[in-house]
Design a protein around this ligand. Structure first.
Ligand SMILES: Cc1cc2nc3c(=O)[nH]c(=O)nc-3n(C[C@H](O)[C@H](O)[C@H](O)COP(=O)(O)O)c2cc1C
Length: 460
């Protein structure tokens, strides 16, 4: 299958054309810091040619939903490093989707502050997800010109931080009705400064951000996601053909990695003048690589890449419920349906517990172990060596490998919970695993030896 062959997206070289679409999962903490479960979640899906992270807030101001991650503090960067190093150790590639929600937020999740937007135009006929249930949208506060410029700076900082966190590139979330999209469409942008009015002015915000992202990342590592024919979140433009043709033409002057284009959803039929086939209309306008998305299955995805319409296809919901999606597409076996109830609810259920019976055993066994340990002995030693015992690697209840492998980890006294990483299973010397994901590890400091209880371990 062509879908399973390697390709090139600018300077990114995915090993297959199956991309994991960005998906908000609301599993970060209140400070926007991702945790151990998020490391596991992405690691389980690292066989994707490219992973695009869930949308990630570029500033506190950008936040519109509870428990969504950020990339503006040092703590957030440190937490993302664990994700990228796990995915890289498993041979994957990963870019961060940069997010500002604009008017798609609520003061309830913004410390009482109204959402910001190009203009004081609220979303009608939809409600917003808040910690205390669904609420009507408020009328946002229009950003001043200085605030618009400061927001462009925030995206640039997000790009720099994403680089520090070890990502392979960044994608601007320019789709789905969030801030960049709000600037583009004329119903949401009624500004009279240089960021509103003509198409040229409405596209300025997006183009300024893209130039900054390229300034940080250089050639071939910045992508953009667009949904020219998606009316969701009140994204009604009087002429999407003109608006997005102009934008894409301008994007061609930047050395981008890819354009990530979303197909129309059925609600676009309400707008008879809008282009019906988004990919056929806008795809050929872009001179670089194209990732296409929305409701693709095995056959339509294969057709999209064999026809040359796109270099790669991204899958959203199927990747949530099929961590082994790439292998399932290869084998042509049925996919597990995703449980919508657990999309945004937090916790491990519906996040890291979908079975992966087709995970490639040898590759998985060579994967990257992430073991979270809680020390049960007083850790009075400044330096320790972690040695694990005989290993049984299992995944999704299946034993993948047994062996006498070991890993010596040097570090300072662990705090709890402490993350011990086994980047290369093959060189590990000793490790003990009990059924499921439970494991136990011994720590040795000099001549002294004490056991610690390990809470969780997993491998890709
Ligand atoms: C739970 C969930 C969260 C999503 N969050 C995002 C997001 O953060 N950023 C984004 O660009 N799209 C987001 N999307 C849209 C997906 O990236 C994708 O476009 C959509 O699921 C359609 O693809 P599919 O038919 O393969 O699922 C989300 C979709 C789902 C199901």
């Amino acid at each position: 299958m062509k879908l399973l062959t390697s390709t090139q997206l600018g300077k990114l070289h995915p090993r297959n054309r199956v991309v994991m679409a960005p998906m908000t999962r609301n599993r970060a903490d209140a400070a926007g810091v991702v945790g151990e479960l998020t490391v596991q979640y992405y690691l389980q899906r690292a066989t994707a040619g490219l992973i695009i992270t869930e949308a990630t807030n570029v500033s506190a101001e950008a936040k519109g939903y509870p428990m969504t991650p950020g990339i503006w503090t040092a703590e957030q960067v440190e937490a993302w490093k664990k994700v990228t190093s796990a995915v890289h150790a498993a041979g994957g590639l990963m870019v961060m989707q940069l997010w500002h929600t604009g008017r798609v937020g609520h003061s309830d999740v913004r410390d009482g502050n109204l959402p910001l937007a190009p203009s004081a135009v609220g979303i009608q006929g939809q409600q917003h997800f808040t910690p205390t249930g669904l609420k009507n949208y408020e009328v946002p506060r229009a950003m001043t010109t200085d605030e618009v410029r400061a927001t462009v700076d925030d995206y640039q900082r997000g790009a720099r931080n994403a680089m520090a966190a070890g990502f392979d590139g960044v994608e601007l979330h320019g789709a789905f009705g969030y801030l960049p999209h709000q600037f583009l469409v004329d119903s949401a942008n009624q500004r009279t400064d240089t960021y509103g009015g003509s198409i040229e002015n409405r596209a300025r915000f997006v183009l300024e951000i893209m130039e900054r992202l390229v300034r940080v990342w250089g050639e071939g590592r910045v992508g953009i996601r667009l949904s020219p024919t998606l009316a969701y979140n009140g994204m009604v433009d009087s002429n999407p053909l003109a608006t997005f043709s102009y934008l894409i033409e301008k994007l061609n002057s930047l050395p981008l990695a890819y354009l990530h284009l979303m197909r129309a959803t059925p609600d676009a039929e309400r707008f008879p003048t809008w282009p019906r086939d988004t990919i056929a209309t806008f795809g050929p306008l872009f001179r670089g690589a194209l990732i296409v998305n929305s409701a693709f299955d095995r056959d339509s995805a294969e057709a999209a890449v064999t026809s040359g319409a796109a270099q790669a296809v991204s899958f959203g919901a199927p990747f949530i419920s099929n961590p082994d999606l790439v292998r399932r597409l290869e084998l042509g076996v049925p996919l597990t349906p995703a449980d919508r109830q657990t999309f945004y609810q937090g916790g491990a259920t519906g996040y890291v517990d979908y079975p992966a019976p087709h995970a490639d055993a040898p590759a998985a066994a060579k994967g990257y172990w992430v073991v979270q340990a809680t020390v049960t002995e007083p850790a009075q030693f400044g330096k320790y060596t972690a040695v694990a015992g005989p290993l049984i690697a299992s995944f999704g209840g299946r034993v993948l490998a047994r062996g006498d492998v070991s890993q010596v980890v040097e570090g300072s006294v662990p705090r709890r919970p402490y993350l011990i990483e086994f980047p290369n299973y093959g060189t590990a010397r000793a490790c003990f695993e009990s059924p499921g994901y439970q494991a136990a590890i011994a720590l040795r400091a000099g001549a002294a030896h004490f056991d610690i209880v390990v809470v969780e371990g997993t491998t890709a």
